[in-house]
Write a protein of this length. Sequence first.
Length: 168
Amino acid sequence: MATILQCTLVVSHTPVSAKSKGDVIVTASRVGVAMRDIAANVAGELCVEGVVSFPKSTSGGSAIADGVGVFWNAGSSVISTSSSEGLALGVTVGASADADATQAVRFSSSYVTPVVSPASSGLLVGMNGNAATAANAVNMNSNGNLGSTFMNFGDVVRTLKQQNLAPL
């Protein structure tokens, strides 16, 4: 369970199953944190940007320095510094020791970027994940990994222009 320290952007979300305050919710295009308990099939609010304290591992070697990029591992419900373990969340605010069970993160759902080109094109533009070819794109989309290569906004626009996918 995550703790919202400061929320700067809220979106509406209707879950198919009940969610508790602080649950980390992964949708097709973003990660959010439930701001209060949300009943199944009833609209509720998710914090999608701000400072949030996320759970982290307390095993040896799990300390995280200030300003490090972190990722949400939905399987283990903890953050990680390894991009291969989940969806990008943001950067740490302050450092944590191995024994610390939580880590404050400057969180933004804008760090979670869906694939922006058709899977058949073989051009995968996204924030994280292991899919490196169009053949892996179906699996990539079904398991929640949302891309294979980090690209800044300028790179994305340039790539879309090169592929004649952008009207710019």
